[in-house]
Design a protein around this ligand. Structure first.
Ligand SMILES: C[S@@+](CC[C@H](N)C(=O)[O-])C[C@H]1O[C@@H](n2cnc3c(N)ncnc32)[C@H](O)[C@@H]1O
Length: 225
C-alpha cells in the first residue's frame, strides 16, 4: 500500500484506534511480552517503529527508566498527534516522536528496535528488518509483535473470521476475505514469515513464539556483530 493510503487510513481512524487499543483485553500483556523480549536495561535507547498512537511507549519507558530514551517513529501525522498527547499527558521528557519511514529508519546506534503490528504493512519486510538490525549497537535486540492466521488445527473457523477482519481493515485493499492465497490475511502471514526469517538470518533468535491460540506471534533476536 502507498504512503498516501496509509496516512489517509490511519489519519482518519487515529482516535478510534487509540480507543480500541485501550479496550482490547489482553493487548497490554502482549505489548509487555514484546517489550520483555527486548531485554531492556535502564538507560537503554529503544525505538518503536510504526509507533502509532504510542500504546507501546509506557511499556518501553518503564523498562529504560528516566535515564533511557524512547523514540517513536511513524508515517502518519494523525497517529503521531495522538502519541504526542500521551507523552504530554504523562510528562515524559525522554520520549521523542519522529515522522519517518519504518522501512528506512531515521535512527542509528540504538540498543533495541520494536515493530508491533507494522511489518505486515511493509512492501519488503525482509529488507526493512535487515535495516533494523543495521541500526543496532553491538548486542542490540529487535522484537516483532504481530497478529496472523493461527496454525492451530482447531482454529480454522476462527481463521475465516480473522481473514474477514483483516480484509475489512486493510488500507487500500478490500480483498475478498475468502482465504485464497492472495487474500490480505495470507499476504500478512507471508510478510510476518519474511520478517521472522530476516531476523533469523541477521540475529541470534531469542524468541519465536505464538500466543492467543496461535494468532499472535512474538519474534525477537539479538545482534551478533
Ligand atoms: C496497526 S498500526 C500499529 C501501531 C502501533 N505499533 C501499535 O502497536 O498499536 C500501524 C501503524 O504503522 C504505521 N505505518 C505503516 N507503514 C509505515 C511505515 N512504512 N513507516 C512508519 N510507519 C508506518 C501506520 O501509520 C500506523 O500508525
Amino acid at each position: 500500500m502507498s504512503v498516501a493510503e496509509t496516512q489517509a487510513f490511519y489519519g482518519r481512524w487515529a482516535r478510534a484506534y487509540d480507543w480500541l487499543c485501550r479496550l482490547l483485553p489482553g493487548l497490554g500483556g502482549l505489548r509487555g511480552a514484546a517489550a520483555d523480549a527486548l531485554a531492556l536495561s535502564p538507560g537503554d535507547t529503544v525505538v518503536d517503529l510504526g509507533c502509532g498512537t504510542g500504546a507501546n511507549l509506557p511499556h518501553l519507558r518503564e523498562r529504560v527508566g528516566s535515564g533511557g530514551r524512547v523514540v517513536g517513529v511513524d508515517l502518519t501525522p494523525g497517529m503521531l498527534a495522538e502519541a504526542e498527547r500521551r507523552v504530554e499527558r504523562e510528562g515524559w521528557e525522554n520520549v521523542h516522536l519522529v515522522r519517518g519511514d519504518a522501512a528506512n529508519p531515521p535512527v542509528d546506534d540504538v540498543d533495541a528496535v520494536l515493530g508491533s503490528f507494522v511489518v505486515g504493512m511493509l512492501d519488503d519486510p525482509a529488507s526493512a528488518v535487515e535495516r533494523w538490525t543495521d541500526c543496532l549497537n553491538p548486542d542490540g535486540r529487535v522484537a516483532v509483535l504481530e497478529a496472523g492466521r493461527s496454525n492451530h488445527g482447531v482454529a480454522s473457523g476462527l481463521n475465516r473470521a480473522f481473514d474477514a477482519f483483516v480484509a475489512a481493515g486493510a488500507p487500500g485493499d478490500r480483498g475478498d476475505a475468502s482465504g485464497r492465497d492472495d487474500s490480505p490475511s495470507r499476504r500478512l502471514d507471508a510478510n510476518i514469515d519474511a520478517a521472522r526469517d530476516a531476523l533469523a538470518a541477521n540475529t541470534e533468535l531469542t524468541r519465536d513464539e505464538r500466543r492467543v491460540g496461535g494468532f499472535v506471534r512474538v519474534v525477537a533476536g539479538r545482534s551478533t556483530v
